[in-house]
Design a protein around this ligand. Structure first.
Ligand code: SF4
Length: 215
């Protein structure tokens, strides 16, 4: 099994409920979407083929063998869009079998039923969101993320969540696009509306230059 890989690196998880934890990222090449706020356009085409064995070897070399506990390093597949490659679910299962905690960052435009159940899914609401994916997000484990560019985006995301009643069962993240939506405005709206979502900033963009790769 071979995958096209853009980069593999260790850093601090910058987003979601696991923000701040040491994390190894496997960034796959390729994505069929073209979100206006995309900050990883370099992953659309750049990459090199790696066998599953080579990837697992690199994971162990960079982050060591799996450990346990709430702060243990974990492995995240990101992109690009990992599910655009048929080998990604197989790779995630192999990482689970080795004993790693595994997360997947996906745009939610591919069928999440193909993802091993134990993988933590962080699904971004995208232009091509598959509504059936809501049935495959596990309460207390998975996350649904809204990347917000404008005040209109906030109103839309809020209505979308309330209409479906998902705030009672899922961790929902509201994240302002860097340089486009004022984080303070968003935080104050969430407080004023008493909206039980998680406000988040991309920590890695506060720590390193926003355009820096491999962090
Ligand atoms: S889904 Fe992700 S990688 Fe693909 S275009 Fe959108 S932001 Fe970029």
């Amino acid at each position: 099994m071979t995958l096209l890989i853009n980069e593999i690196f260790t850093s601090i998880q910058g987003e979601g409920t696991r923000a701040g934890r040491l994390c190894l990222f496997i960034r796959t090449t390729g994505c069929p979407l073209r979100c206006t706020y995309c900050d990883t356009t370099y992953a659309f085409a750049e990459g090199r083929p790696m066998t599953q064995g080579e990837i697992l070897e690199e994971v162990t070399r960079l982050i060591g063998p799996p450990t346990s506990g709430p702060n243990a390093p974990f492995v995240e597949l990101t992109g690009g869009e990992p599910l655009a490659q048929a080998g990604s679910p197989v790779l995630m299962q192999a990482l689970l079998d080795l004993g790693y905690e595994v997360a997947l960052e996906t745009a939610g435009s591919h069928d999440l039923s193909l993802v091993p159940a134990a993988v933590v899914k962080i699904a971004d609401m995208s232009q091509c969101w598959l509504e059936s994916n809501l049935d495959h997000l596990v309460s207390g484990q998975d996350e649904l993320k809204f990347v917000l560019c404008s005040e209109e985006d906030y109103a839309w995301a809020k209505a979308w969540c309330l209409d479906r009643g998902i705030l009672d069962r899922l961790d929902v993240l509201f994240s302002p696009v860097w340089g486009k939506l004022d984080p303070r405005w968003l935080a104050e709206c969430i407080v004023a509306d008493k909206l039980p979502v998680r406000f988040q900033l991309q920590l890695h963009k506060l720590v390193w230059p926003p355009e820096k790769r491999g962090v």
